[in-house]
Design a protein around this ligand. Structure first.
Ligand code: NOJ
Length: 473
């Protein structure tokens, strides 16, 4: 069923331990009023990929605390009517997970938990380099769509499906409200089963097969939880695949293509180009009316939006919350307009596997150290993973005109104003300099929205009586 829910994403190291996160909930509740807080992975992990390499799905990583701290977090959130969503990393585990350790040793129960081949094939990993690596212990090659420390699970094995149903039940007992599913549309590699291996090397080999969608429905069905998908594929995804993915298994889903289209091409991900406002805004507007689309302008995988789109964070807030947006997702720090920090010029200082991979790729392409580092600093996801400036939060809470207070007002309207809740979208004008004029129409009332991403004119929301309900300055 399509409802409207506001999601607030917390990348734990940007805030701290589970206790630190719980301490911030009153503030987050006051200014953002989310229905859900989605936490990026907090499970035990060697942290090769910022927590997306899980070594135990039923254990909290000690860096964030323990089960008591988790209970405390759930209880605190509940007081503010906020549900906690955990991040379910289903496509792969860490190579340190005991399932993999046993699978390597050919343990009868676990030998088919992963995708093993006698001979590697030419598939490429999403993180660059080959997607199959040799495992000395087993004497075979295993699939890893991401880093080699992230072996892919074999979802053709019903036991693996069962494990995830159990993991979900385990966390439900603690009061978890739902899950965001990582890399949701890459679970089953049907091509490997047929024996006829395609010559293509990239992600089309494993991109959202019908089997993957069925598996997700099996794992998530009848669980009475809120489910949010992170499909890969960006602009290639398209609406019919989006609807296929969300037909049963998911309440809502992202499409990173709706931001990547602004400044990158899919095949050219690490070469950020000047923002193409016209192309981006047209595409975003067309996705905004998709009922289960979760609109996000930034995340733990992107640079900060005001830096990336060279725009006033208040105008970006208006874009996200005044277009039809049933499941907006606000990334921690976005509500105070956080910009990219000044990241180091030395690649060794970057924790993220993606930043290092990007550097290697650019160097291989012949870019100088300087050129490669300037691209990394611009596009690295480490930009978004820095500690939040809570001092700034307090300052902005006292200033009526601040980004934080604009978010607060916009969210009130998003929740309560019938025209913004139900209004049909009518686009009037989109220009290449980032002027975006549109109407929201409901019950004989027309609201007018004027946004100017280049900030040459004041952006505003005007109601049917000509009153300006929100202004960017
Ligand atoms: C998507 C996550 O958002 C990203 O951070 C991670 O590296 C990959 N999936 C692999 O799990």
């Amino acid at each position: 069923m399509v409802e409207r829910k506001l999601i607030y994403q917390i990348y734990p190291t940007a805030v701290g331990s589970l206790r630190d996160i719980a301490d911030k909930i009153p503030q987050i509740a006051e200014y953002v009023q989310p229905d859900y807080i989605w936490l990026n992975p907090i499970f035990a992990s060697p942290w090769i990929d910022g927590g997306y390499d899980v070594s135990d799905y039923k254990k909290i990583d000690p860096r964030f605390g323990n089960m008591n701290d988790f209970r405390h977090l759930i209880a605190t959130a509940k007081k503010y009517n906020i549900g906690i969503l955990l991040d379910l990393v289903m496509n792969h585990t860490s190579s340190e997970h005991e399932w993999f350790k046993k699978s390597e040793r050919h343990d009868p129960k676990y030998k088919d938990y992963y995708v093993w081949l006698d001979r590697p094939i030419n598939w490429k990993s999403i993180f660059g380099g080959p997607a199959f690596s040799y495992d000395e212990t087993r004497g075979k090659y295993y699939l890893h769509l991401y880093d080699k420390a992230q072996p892919d699970l074999n979802f053709n094995n019903p036991r693996v499906i069962h494990e995830f149903r159990e993991i979900i039940d385990f966390w439900k007992q603690y009061g978890v409200a739902g899950f965001r599913v990582d890399s949701a549309n890459t679970l089953a590699e049907d091509a490997l089963k047929s024996g006829i291996l395609p010559r293509i090397t990239g992600f089309f080999n494993y991109f959202q097969t019908e089997e993957t969608v069925d598996i997700l429905e099996k794992v998530l069905a009848r669980k009475d939880i809120f489910t949010l998908a992170e499909p890969i594929g960006g602009q290639i995804l398209g609406k019919s695949r989006f609807r296929q993915l969300t037909r049963k298994a998911f309440d809502a889903a992202f499409n990173v293509g709706t931001i990547d289209i602004a400044d990158t091409f899919f095949s050219d991900r690490y070469h950020m180009k000047p923002v193409n406002y016209k192309r981006w805004l047209k595409y975003l507007a067309s996705w905004s009316t998709e009922p289960k689309f979760s609109m996000a302008l930034e995340s733990h995988d992107t640079p900060r939006a005001p830096s990336r789109f060279q725009a006033d964070p208040r105008v970006l807030a208006m874009l996200q919350l005044l277009l039809p947006s049933n499941y907006p997702c606000i990334y921690n720090g976005q509500e105070i307009g956080t910009k990219n920090p000044k990241l180091s010029n030395n690649i060794d200082d970057y924790p993220g596997v993606q930043s290092r991979m990007m550097y290697r790729t650019l160097r291989k392409e012949g870019k100088t150290k300087r050129q490669a580092m300037s691209a990394v600093r611009l596009a690295s996801r480490d930009n978004a993973r820095q500690p939040i400036d809570w001092g700034e939060y307090i300052l902005q809470s006292k200033d009526e005109e601040s980004t934080l207070r604009i978010y607060q007002k916009l969210i009130d309207l998003w929740r309560n104003d019938p025209v913004l809740v139900n209004g049909k979208l009518k686009v009037k004008k989109i220009t290449k300099t980032g002027v975006f004029d549109f109407y929201r129409i409901f019950d004989g009332k027309t609201y007018k929205v004027h946004l100017d991403l280049s900030n040459k004119t004041v952006s505003y929301l005007e109601n049917h009586e000509g009153q300006k309900l929100i202004r960017s300055r």
